[in-house]
Design a binder for this molecule. Structure first.
Ligand SMILES: [Zn+2]
Length: 393
């Protein structure tokens, strides 16, 4: 593991329309060679038994010297080996708008029974687990697994460059996640997780830049990165989530058959825009993560309103989808629709992204919501209380 601490320098370069991915299965993968514009603050090579100690020192150095600490990280062979020995638990993707795709193609479940470790942050077992009874068709059912009552999010920015700087290349997801956590919007989850207190969903003040990674990734590549970062933070379990942001032109597929992918340049495999999931890492524990490819592409972008610009609003729209779904269904065995009415298997965000499910009719994707005076655009989320897609309790 190589760890370096950087302070982000301002870049006045803006990013124009992203290039669509030009890869094909059989081609050799090009690798991005550029690096972002950072000022090195501290750096060290880490190996062997000193890894954790040194990582802690680097962590402390980064936290001490940088107003917006950013740790550069590169998964090594040990991370790859750890992922190979680990067990993916759940993957759940938000479908792209490009094709007719059924939910079964977007989900992977290898769900173990809820363990004792989940209990601390797991939600209450609702009195009624009425899967098929007289309910509104969009209502979510509870399936007994853990939920996320509170958590801290980490951002991992992949292959940042001068043209695509950390955070701002995606709009401002760090600010968005921070604002979402203190919004009325986030309280829609209260009814599902059994907590009503404020400020439960936070963002770490230390985040990560990763490189140099290929422009075609698999979920195992993502997991190697998440493993490397989680090894450094040592924060695992239902109180943390790692969000991996991919730059324009970088695609990701579920596996090495490259058939179910985010691939805007290759419509045949363009199944999803983003996904969330969980994994049991050997020696580390249960980890929640999400993957946010570049959203301002046809099939994932939003058509308006766009109060913060097309890039930021497209990112926020899908990022909020993944966060809400992680909170209410981190392992695929908590809250989802189990009625066989055409939306079987859909989670809190799925029901309100393309299919605008409401008690009466109408609805908007995205909708506007406010945090203080700041206006954001994001899709609504499903509220059992209101039997509708909503942006507040
Ligand atoms: Zn979803």
């Amino acid at each position: 593991m190589r760890i370096q601490c950087y302070s982000r320098l301002e870049s006045n370069k803006s990013y124009s329309d992203p290039p669509l991915a030009q890869f094909h299965k059989s081609t050799t993968l090009p690798v991005r060679a550029e690096h972002g514009k950072y000022r090195l603050l501290a750096g060290l090579s880490v190996s062997g038994t000193l890894k954790l100690l040194a990582a802690g020192l680097a962590w402390a150095a980064c936290s001490a010297v940088a107003a917006e600490p950013m740790i550069q990280i590169q998964p090594d062979a040990s991370a790859v080996a750890a992922v190979a020995a680990s067990t993916p638990v759940y993957r759940h993707a938000r479908k792209s708008g490009n094709a007719s795709i059924v939910r079964e193609q977007l989900d992977y479940r290898n769900v173990a029974p809820a363990s004792g470790a989940a209990a601390a942050l797991a939600g209450p077992a609702p009195a009624a687990t009425n899967y098929f009874g007289n309910r509104y068709p969009g209502d979510l059912s509870y399936h007994g697994g853990p939920v996320v009552k509170a958590m801290t999010s980490y951002a991992i920015f992949v292959n940042p460059t001068v043209a695509c700087p950390v955070n701002t290349c995606w709009g401002n997801p760090l600010q968005f996640m921070s604002d979402l956590g203190v919004s009325d919007f986030i309280h829609i989850v209260d009814q599902y997780v059994g907590s009503t207190s404020n400020n439960r969903y936070k963002v770490s003040s230390v985040n990560f830049a990763a490189g140099t990674l290929p422009i075609l990734l698999t979920d195992n590549d993502i997991l190697s990165l998440v493993y490397a970062v989680a090894t450094l933070t040592t924060n695992v379990g239902y109180g943390y989530q790692y969000h991996v942001f991919l730059p324009p032109g970088t695609d990701v597929c579920f596996d090495t058959t490259y058939t179910v992918c985010y691939s805007p340049g290759l419509p045949n495999t363009f199944y999803f825009c983003a996904y969330h999931g969980s994994v049991d890492f050997v020696g580390l524990g249960h980890v929640l993560y999400s993957v946010e490819p570049y959203q301002n592409v046809p099939g994932c972008d939003i058509t308006g309103p766009i109060p913060n610009g097309a890039v930021a609003d497209a990112t926020n729209n899908v990022l909020s989808h993944e966060i809400f779904e992680t909170i209410t269904d981190p392992d695929g065995n908590a809250w989802w629709n189990s009625r066989d009415n055409g939306i079987y298997g859909e989670e809190i965000g799925d029901e309100c992204s393309f299919l605008k499910f409401t008690a009466t009719a109408g609805g908007f994707d995205p909708s506007l919501f406010k945090v203080g005076n700041k206006v954001y655009a994001a899709q609504p989320e499903y509220s059992n209380n209101g039997h509708t897609c909503a942006t507040s309790m």
